[in-house]
Design a protein around this ligand. Structure first.
Ligand code: GAR
Length: 206
């Protein structure tokens, strides 16, 4: 059983697609916890509706507030083996990242290594892609290290944007891809098909 924790900050559409995929298809994946830096966001409502334990890492006044240090213990006690950042917009402390080396993945709404880095999240990314006149965009799932969007790339999928008229259209097309890509990557982990060899991420395709 692959036990995952999903970190969120807002809308939670990637969390939703993961929950649906786990229910319908990923029977060897358990969603053990949802972590948010915001207490009142749609993603937290989703966790509540689905009876998934949740914690907050930002709002000290809230009942479910935990520090990253406590969170580390909680996730270890739940035997979480994969942390999935799905629209989590807060920087994770270095010692937390180091404690879960090659066990934290992030979905980014563009084709890294372009259009990443500090401040490149959500619509900022799609605006930059639009302004560049790029003809393809896409989504990237990568390992998280201590530098924004610089961890090794695990899987990517692209989409034609040659005919779009605004950044919102890019966002819509990319999000559709994200909702398939992220569950696909979680599936690969659950089947033990992702390895890091010679400083390179390898996917064992059947
Ligand atoms: C997603 O598009 C995700 O790729 C992006 O935030 C959105 C969250 O949407 N993440 C980043 O930009 C990280 N750099 P969601 O809350 O509906 O899943």
């Amino acid at each position: 059983m692959l036990k995952i924790a999903v970190f969120v900050s807002g809308r939670g559409s990637n969390l939703k697609s993961l929950i649906e995929k786990i229910k319908s298809d990923l029977t060897t994946v358990e969603l053990s916890a949802v972590i948010s830096n915001k207490s009142d966001c749609p993603a937290i409502n989703l966790a509540e509706e689905n009876d998934i334990p949740y914690f907050f890492v930002n709002e000290i006044s809230k009942e479910k507030f935990v520090t990253f240090s406590t969170l580390k213990d909680i996730l270890n006690s739940k035997e979480v083996n994969l942390i999935v950042l799905a629209g989590f917009l807060k920087k994770i402390p270095e010692d937390f990242v180091d404690a879960f080396e090659n066990k934290i993945i992030n979905i980014h709404p563009a084709l890294l290594p372009s259009f990443g880095g500090k401040g490149m999240y959500g619509m900022n990314v799609h605006k930059a892609v639009f302004e560049s006149s790029a003809k393809v965009s896409g989504a990237t799932v990568h390992f998280v290290n201590n530098f924004y969007d610089e961890g090794k790339i695990i899987l990517q999928r692209c989409v034609d944007i040659s005919d779009v008229e605004n950044p919102a259209e890019i966002a819509e097309r990319v999000l559709r891809i994200e909702h398939e890509l992220l569950p696909d990557v979680v599936k690969l982990f659950s089947e033990d098909r992702v390895t890091v060899e010679n400083n390179r991420v390898q996917i064992k395709f059947k």
